[in-house]
Ligand binder design. Structure first.
Ligand SMILES: [Zn+2]
Length: 213
């Protein structure tokens, strides 16, 4: 459900009246504004004050930590609009899945967007089996299933941009599947029509999020 003024806080009434499809459309509309150079430029301090006592966001976003993929900016969303979880390679760790269970079931968000991006360093590192630190290796191992599930398109290394992109897209698709398979709660919300989970890939050059079928 649209706000009368896009800069006004997203209220509990608006959240209650918003369908999962509408919530998702608001994310896509925001990305269209950003890519067109028509982001809203609202009074952030006024929004912070208006949402200090209560938040009723309409969506969740799982994104990479990449400095160029800041969800609130590339989706042109305001303070109080979206729950955001970020980790290199945008993989749904148990902590993130738990966070989204809270964000949807308890806090009422209607959509989850899993969004990877092109030229992703985490994807490249996983493809090349980079060894940097033990904890990073543990994280990059989470991307391994996407590498395995991506059909060979030439050289399977970070030098092959098409392969890196294909793995990034597979990784997002598997992320969406993992949210449903690892969380009976999220799946029940989707089955009941109360939640929509969709994957997409952000393009650093065009600034557009393209949804994956
Ligand atoms: Zn990345």
């Amino acid at each position: 459900m649209a706000r009368a003024d896009e800069c006004l806080p997203f209220t509990a009434d608006l959240q209650a009246a918003t369908t999962p499809d509408q919530a998702f459309q608001m994310l896509m509309d925001g990305n269209a504004r950003f890519a067109a150079g028509t982001s809203l430029h609202c009074d952030l301090l006024a929004q912070a004050e208006a949402t200090a006592a209560k938040q009723t966001p309409f969506a969740c976003v799982l994104a990479c930590i990449d400095s160029r993929e800041a969800p609130e900016l590339i989706l042109d969303q305001q303070i109080g609009d979206i729950f955001v979880a970020r980790v290199a390679g945008n993989v749904p760790t148990p902590e993130i899945i738990g966070s989204f269970e809270y964000a949807t079931k308890v806090a009422g968000a209607k959509a989850i967007l899993v969004v990877g991006h092109n030229h992703c360093g985490a994807i490249k590192g996983a493809v090349d089996k980079a060894v940097v630190g033990d904890n990073l290796t543990t994280l990059l191992n989470e991307i391994e299933p996407a590498i395995t599930a991506t059909p060979l398109t030439g050289e399977r290394s970070s030098k092959n941009g098409a392969f890196v992109q294909a793995v990034a897209e597979t990784n997002v698709r598997l992320g969406v599947v993992a949210l449903l398979e690892k969380s009976p709660l999220l799946k029940s919300l989707v089955d009941a029509g109360q939640l929509k989970i969709v994957g997409g890939v952000y393009d650093l050059e065009t600034h557009v999020v393209t949804l994956l079928a």
